[in-house]
Design a protein. Sequence first.
Length: 114
Amino acid sequence: MVVTVVVHLTAKNEHVDKVKAKLIQASRVYVKDQGTINWYVHQDATDPTKFTIVERYEQGNYAQAHINHPYFKEFCSYVNPLLAKPWEIHQLVELDTSKEVEVPPQTWSDETKN
């Protein structure tokens, strides 16, 4: 089961470059961890203060290993004061798309026609 974690961060205007550099560094550290498929960092195309981390793991037991990583505490203590608001974290389980599925027909009621 592949688990994806999506984290949204918003940097204070004056700290965008610091947050960006730390996220790039974090990606280079975490992508090497066993069980990590990839660790991507993104910056919003229209608002440079907004960043998104997309972490993909082979299994759901990534959380404890990630939190116990020696770099985690350093990353958090560096980045947290630079943020305009708290992290927004979403944990997702990847759907199995390898098999055909039957999609039930849609039935439209008067409420959903508009």
